[in-house]
Design a protein around this ligand. Sequence first.
Ligand SMILES: Cc1cc2nc3c(=O)[nH]c(=O)nc-3n(C[C@H](O)[C@H](O)[C@H](O)COP(=O)(O)OP(=O)(O)OC[C@H]3O[C@@H](n4cnc5c(N)ncnc54)[C@H](O)[C@@H]3O)c2cc1C
Length: 417
Amino acid sequence: MVTQPQPDCLVVGSGIAGVCAALFIQQGGARVAIVDPDEPGMGASFGNAGIVVNTKTKPVFAGLTARTLFAMLRDPASPLNVRWSQFLGLSPWFLKMLANANPRDVRRITDALGNLCRSGEEIYRELWRDAGMGDLVRARGSLALNLTEEERDRDWDGPLAAFRAAGVPMERVGPADIRALAPVAPRYAAGVYSPDFQHTTSPKDFVATLFRLFVAQGGLSVRTRVDGVQVRDGKAVGLQTAHGVVPGGSVVLAAGVGTAKLAAGLGEAVPHQAVGGYHVMLGAPGIVLETPLLPLDFRFAITPMRDGIRLAGTYEFGGAARPPTQAKIDDMLRHVATVLPGIDNRATSTWRGFRSYLPDALPVIGASRTVERLHYLFGLSSSGMINSAAAGRALAKMWHGAAPDFDMSPYAIERFH
Ligand SMILES: Cc1cc2nc3c(=O)[nH]c(=O)nc-3n(C[C@H](O)[C@H](O)[C@H](O)COP(=O)(O)OP(=O)(O)OC[C@H]3O[C@@H](n4cnc5c(N)ncnc54)[C@H](O)[C@@H]3O)c2cc1C
């Protein structure tokens, strides 16, 4: 329990978002405590595909229409699935998401995501050096795979031109380049190589290493569940926890999918979804892979990690209260054998976790509307490992009353009220 002196800031959540926010608030001279019942990096930050630098994030729903969304949800081979018993309850949220899928909103959202991801590497680099990240991060790019050149050019022509115009290096590659990068099956005849991707070989240790830096610099850790924010005279003055009240000078809610419930308790309900995703580890794959792959005929990530090869992906709506679906794991295992011939696709471990999603795929970064000295950092959707560096630093600047590096209005919680 925190006793004396009281922290200036209590950050709820020890995932990548909470740890980054805590580090940057601490760097400004504040005394910070992270509050979480779990050890660092056990939520979505544990099980993701490990991409930590990527300069070209786009919302996953770009270009979807009600018809194509419905077709994807019905197709068991699609990466997007829904528990049908939940579909009616989810439809208002899907409609809100589709309202953002038109070209104008996709451009607006891509720009706002770009402000976060483009500066990520530079911001992370200093933290990695101070934390001693070592070979937990590898700069091996990423290779998206298409079956044919026509398919690749149809999928990528517009986006490639836009990304090149934004200074993002991406290269069309053919069969020889593909085989030089990875032992991929000949049926993939075309691809796009993104040299600026970097990945971590252990997302859990990536977060834990940053957390150790936070503690080494005087950061505090409180291992308990938060049930609410203690508010006095309109100001956040502490946390109600499973072990009593933890007092603090301010609060940052960065609890991933746990945040929306805490926000609703403060009169700031947002249209939030916990979107399930799966991974499966191949501990003894029997092949050598250096470059992360994304086969676009199935859309899951294949990432080389310290303990083997990780297959990660799928978007499952409405499953938060249900047990995991083994079929998702089986689909990835079956498909990887068609991507990497000769791979030993026996699973050594499996995992399901939840992304925190708002219908515009943008995070909430910023001050509460209803409570003073309270900030939010959640809704990092499919790119929290990539975007938490810039998001955490931007939040810290707001916390310290400094000017942020870019326009923060797209991330304000006001957009839902
Ligand atoms: C299959 C899959 C693949 C992905 N691949 C990538 C990728 O390659 N690159 C990328 O950038 N992103 C990826 N993501 C997304 C990324 O994992 C998330 O955006 C990111 O981890 C979110 O971090 P977070 O800190 O917000 O949440 P989390 O990591 O979920 O952490 C939230 C923390 O809050 C704590 N908490 C919750 N409620 C409470 C409470 N009431 N009291 C106290 N503590 C609480 C939890 O215990 C947890 O430790 C992927 C996600 C999935 C599911």
